[in-house]
Design a protein around this ligand. Sequence first.
Ligand code: NCD
Length: 316
Amino acid sequence: MKNSEIFFGKDIISLDQFNRKSVEKVFATAAKIKKTPTKKLLKILPGKIVGLMFFEPSTRTFSSNSAAVKRLGGQTVEYQNPLSTSSVVKGETIEDTTKMMEQYCDAIVMRHPIVGTLKKVAEVADVPVINAGDGIGEHPTQALLDMFTVFEKFKHIDNIKGLIVGDLLNGRTVHSIIKCLSIFPNNTLYLLSPKQLRLSNKDLEEAKKRKIKLIEIKSFEEIPADCHFWYWTRVQKERFTDKQEYEKLKLNFILTKKLVDKKAGKNTLIMHPLPRVGEVETEVDNDPRAVYLTTEAKNGMYVRMALFSLILEDRK
Ligand code: NCD
């Protein structure tokens, strides 16, 4: 199988679909696209239309997907708020909405609050479907852009030591990152969260079967020296039924400049999928190791460009 055929016409629903070769292909394509002149990129998807349907709020994922398609010369049909602007309000099923979008579009990018919906959508759709986040399930393209950012800096994605902090139970980006890093050998993740927001037992059990070492720690004191990256996450307010519980847990682990100076290595990347809501102090922003407002966000667009070109570009 030629490399390009790994992706052409395929859905991207979960990191479970990936292997070493396909992750490396995404990274290599993103790196190449980053270096390609703007004018040349416009020739990749002319005449193609991608539908963006976001049933949950989004800034970066929505905008970077939209920008990615346009930078490749394609166009988009966009629904930021289908729950108030589309026929879903009238009671249309997700299956019917999907069947309609595919009459107009060459691919569909969708975000939905219910785990498993994107799998269902991919089953009914005849065009490629990309999961832009399904509830507390997965967020595969965010994990790919995050790990591309790590790969770009260190030139390898095995033998990585990372720290993930925050809402590991509900953070879909975390779930996809664990799967992504478990494809490669000798990766270790240190996990720090309030005990109510630990990774679920099911996720912990599953990780044990994979080639990844997960080490749960209880305090900042236990953060090991010289991590390749720190990945802070937001406590996912929208997943809580008890708002008081959310208030109690939301700022248990705040990333301060003092902590960076004390515990981060000189090359540690400081990452966050964003949005942040108080768990990373703004004084950290200007630290050269902090990439969440810069490289990491921008790589979101390049990695999505890579995926669109691999999935949709006409092969001669
Ligand atoms: C994340 C998401 O939606 O899962 N954001 C993003 O896509 N960049 C993280 C979050 O909302 O906390």
